[in-house]
Each structure stands twice: as structure tokens, then as C-alpha cells.
Design a protein around this ligand. Structure first.
Ligand SMILES: [Fe+2]
Length: 161
């Protein structure tokens, strides 16, 4: 594993938990930032009969993803790590394929978001299940997981109509 600790702290979280937490927090920092931007891309460009409902639904998703990004970044630093949130890092580390630029309908955007929200919701769940992060990081991931599952439900419910 790449060394994650970059500065000293009196925070006495176990070293192996620190290492794994900082790694996970940075992975999810990239994924949450990327998905926040992809959510805005859909918010701006979708067209179709459900436009206003879906357009307005997506802004709170974006805001919450950005809030979680900030929480994850700060937790990584609290544990003695660094937060890596530049565009270059995000594109390199994100777990998604690039968001399609050639789609227009509300349904196509919802499908593109569905795929990506599911990838992230399930990755966060796996990280919780693995149980290798420190308890406070796991608490954050559990709360973020509740949000992601809810957003995936909202997206999927629009697609079932
Ligand atoms: Fe807007």
C-alpha cells in the first residue's frame, strides 16, 4: 500500500486504520466530486417531459455530494493524510466511465446517472462491509451510503414510470 500518512498528529487512531481510511477517503473524494459534476451536467442539459421535476431533484444531490467531499477531505487530513481533490487526480481516480456528452433526453441522462450512482453506492457499502477503516470514517461512510441509496431510488423510480 502506498504510504498515506504525510504529517504527524496526536490523533491515536490505529496506524493500519489510518492508512486504510485515508486511502478510502481519497478514493471517495474523487468519486463524489466527479459524480457531483456529472449530476450538474445532467441538470443543465436534459430535455423532455419530466424536465422540471428531474432538473430540480438533482440540485440537492449535487450539494450533498459536495458536502460529503468536504467531509472526506477533512477527515483524511485529520488522520495525518493529505486530501487530493484536483481535477487531474479526480479524473485519474474516479470509478466511472466519462459522462456521455451526446445524450439529451431526460431518460438517457437518468440512465447515465443510475449506472454511476449505483457504482458509488455499492462501492461505499463494500468499504463499510470490509470494516478496515476507523469507526468515525465508517460512520461518515454509513451516513453517505444512506444518501446514495436514497438518490439511486429516486433516479430509478423516475425510470419505472
Ligand atoms: Fe441550476
Amino acid at each position: 500500500m502506498t504510504k498515506q500518512i504525510v504529517h504527524s498528529t496526536l490523533n491515536n487512531t490505529k496506524d493500519d486504520q489510518k492508512q486504510e481510511s485515508i486511502r478510502l477517503l481519497n478514493q471517495f473524494l474523487s468519486d463524489f466530486l466527479a459524480l457531483a459534476l456529472m449530476t450538474k451536467q445532467a441538470h443543465w442539459n436534459m430535455r423532455g417531459s419530466n424536465f422540471i421535476a428531474v432538473h430540480e431533484m438533482l440540485d440537492p444531490f449535487n450539494e450533498k455530494l459536495l458536502e460529503w467531499s468536504d467531509t472526506f477531505a477533512e477527515r483524511a487530513v485529520q488522520l495525518g493524510g493529505a486530501a487530493y481533490g484536483t481535477p487531474t487526480v479526480v479524473v485519474d481516480k474516479m470509478s466511472f466511465s466519462p459522462y456521455p456528452l451526446d445524450i439529451s433526453s431526460t431518460t438517457d441522462h437518468l440512465r447515465a446517472l443510475r449506472e454511476r450512482y449505483a457504482i458509488l453506492a455499492n462501492a461505499v457499502r463494500e468499504a463499510i462491509d470490509a470494516g478496515k477503516a476507523d469507526p468515525d470514517t465508517i460512520d461518515f461512510l454509513t451516513a453517505a451510503s444512506e444518501d446514495l441509496d436514497k438518490y439511486l431510488w429516486f433516479i430509478e423510480a423516475h425510470l419505472e414510470a
